[in-house]
Design a protein around this ligand. Structure first.
Ligand SMILES: Cc1cc2nc3c(=O)[nH]c(=O)nc-3n(C[C@H](O)[C@H](O)[C@H](O)COP(=O)(O)OP(=O)(O)OC[C@H]3O[C@@H](n4cnc5c(N)ncnc54)[C@H](O)[C@@H]3O)c2cc1C
Length: 264
């Protein structure tokens, strides 16, 4: 099976995001693989181990995204491709999905594309559905279990996570599948894997390599533009320490206070 996993590089979860002149910045905090995408590459590796074939990681982003791709190579992905071009700057989810679809088509025969459910910076959760539409393939979102794949019959059976339970879905492959936490336990890269990945040369594709018209992507191609981003106003909070001679007295005072504030 040929499996592609889409990886986004995002600021570290502990990064302090700030808005400067309506642009989000995270200073010099480290960049990481989007946490949800770790489940996507792990699932790609598990399927490759089960069925054979190839796991390929792709990322659209600046040159720094090579580091995220190197993590994918270090854990065991066979190939990685960076899609990077100045013309892609300002792309919305649609232009991102369109570009990823072109890269997947360039890769040739692909059975399954795995994505994380959401990127922790952009947070739209739209890329998987839009990618599926551009490819004209089945889309399965919120997948918590891949129950079975029949590569010969070209079918897939998954369980989707719902608040109330699980939904079993059967569909045709090729498919685009977005996965959630709990589907697997992502592995750590081995020392040998890190060394191998450090030496790997990752091919870079620009929009000309993908046959993309520059007006179709970036700010000009985006359906949604972000004219402004502003931070939430800081909430005024105050701390009050309730004192007392005994735990009973403190608890009684606390209860009175909560009743007075209409909390209980
Ligand atoms: C400088 C800048 C300007 C931007 N301007 C705009 C704008 O004007 N309008 C607008 O709508 N958006 C804008 N964006 C947001 C950006 O285009 C989104 O990050 C993109 O639309 C993907 O959406 P998302 O991050 O919400 O991903 P989601 O849909 O939440 O991600 C789901 C999954 O898709 C995959 N994925 C997502 N992005 C990539 C990627 N780049 N490469 C590989 N896999 C990926 C990952 O597997 C991820 O887990 C801007 C971003 C930047 C950095």
């Amino acid at each position: 099976m040929n499996i592609v996993t889409c990886i986004k590089q995002v600021p570290d979860t502990a990064a302090k995001l700030q808005v400067v002149d309506s642009h989000v910045t995270w200073g010099d905090s480290p960049l990481i693989v989007n946490p949800w995408d770790e489940y996507a590459y792990e699932e790609a590796l598990l399927l490759k181990e089960k069925f054979g074939g190839k796991a390929t990681a792709i990322s659209m982003g600046p040159e720094t995204a090579n580091e995220a791709l190197k993590t994918c190579l270090a854990v065991g992905c066979d190939e990685a491709y960076l899609i990077s071009d100045a013309a892609l700057k300002g792309s919305d989810a649609s232009a991102t999905a369109f570009t990823l679809a072109k890269a997947i088509q360039k890769l040739g025969e692909v059975d399954l594309v795995l994505l994380g459910k959401q990127a922790i910076d952009g947070d739209t959760g739209l890329t998987a559905a839009m990618l599926g539409r551009y490819l004209g393939w089945t889309v399965l979102t919120q997948v918590i279990k891949i129950v079975e794949i029949d590569p010969k019959a070209k079918t897939i059976k998954v369980e989707r996570f719902m608040e109330e339970g699980r939904q079993v879905c059967s569909a045709k492959i090729p498919a685009v599948v977005s996965v959630i936490k709990g589907i697997n336990e992502p592995r750590y890269p081995s020392f040998m894997g890190i060394r191998k990945a450090a030496k790997a040369a990752i091919p870079k594709w620009g929009i000309a390599d993908l046959g993309i018209d520059p007006t179709r992507v970036g700010k000009t191609g985006a359906f949604v533009v972000w004219p402004e981003i502003y931070p939430m106003p800081v909430k005024e909070t105050k701390v009050e320490i309730i004192e007392g001679a005994s735990p009973q007295e403190i608890a009684a005072k606390l209860a009175d206070r909560l009743i007075a504030e209409k909390v209980i």
